[in-house]
Design a protein around this ligand. Structure first.
Ligand SMILES: [Zn+2]
Length: 228
């Protein structure tokens, strides 16, 4: 399978990635799109049911799609899956579907990429209840320092909303977090991952090469440290 190099910019969560030299992208397969992974250099995948696209009627079909795609070698994580209190079906359906997919992740020894909007209690209690066998990453994070540190204290990694982390107001948050729990992403926004790295390397007082190396190390720990 395709894996990043130490000098790559890693875009840990995106949609519609086009392979580009020097950039390693983790492309999101959303079950309702019914796409299959392809073996492409510079690209890996996650597969999951996004809560926005879930309902009682399509649940079984989407879950079957995740089960089928999750075992591909190029699918390196389950996701994005999770909870959304603004948009999506009843929270109990979201919770059940999340648990089912965390179970698939555990069975296949693959980590989990999470979408979470205004449902932090549900996320944290799911983490406690499931005691997951593989690590979790919350993508699109734009919350406060206390919440970030609470998630990290449970071993949960964070990737930040591109439009938040590139603002000056995000600098104090970035500086206050352990750098070994962070990832960066474009989320299919059209933003350039290289610009996001540049901003964050300035926040952290690291050179671009140092930040690349740090996130590469995080990537290896997140995806490879899972005992089999
Ligand atoms: Zn996304």
């Amino acid at each position: 399978m395709s894996f990043p190099k130490q000098n790559d910019f890693i875009d840990i969560h995106t949609h519609g990635a086009v392979p580009s030299p020097g950039i390693f992208s983790v492309e999101t397969l959303m079950a309702h799109d019914n796409r299959k992974p392809m073996e492409t250099a510079g690209l890996a995948y996650t597969s999951g049911i996004h809560p926005w696209n879930l309902n009682d009627e399509n649940h079984d079909r989407l879950l079957l799609h995740v089960e089928e795609t999750a075992s591909y070698e190029s699918v390196i994580a389950i996701g994005e899956i999770g909870f959304d209190k603004i948009k999506g079906p009843a929270i109990d359906l979201q919770q059940r579907t999340f648990e089912e997919q965390v179970y698939i992740a555990g069975k296949l020894r693959k980590p989990v990429v999470i979408h979470c909007v205004k449902a932090w209690e549900e996320l944290i209690s799911a983490h406690k209840k499931l005691n997951p066998a593989t690590p979790w990453l919350v993508h699109g994070f734009r919350g406060k320092k206390e919440l970030a540190l609470q998630l990290i204290s449970k071993g949960i990694y964070l990737s930040f909303w591109f439009d938040f982390i590139t603002r000056r107001e995000a600098t104090p948050l970035m500086k206050s977090l352990p750098v070994d729990y962070i990832f960066l992403e474009t989320d299919g926004s059209g933003a350039d991952i290289r610009d996001i790295y540049k901003k964050v390397s300035g926040d952290l007082g690291l050179t671009l090469a140092e930040l690349k190396s740090q996130i590469f190390t995080n990537f290896n720990r997140f995806f490879k440290s899972i005992p089999s």
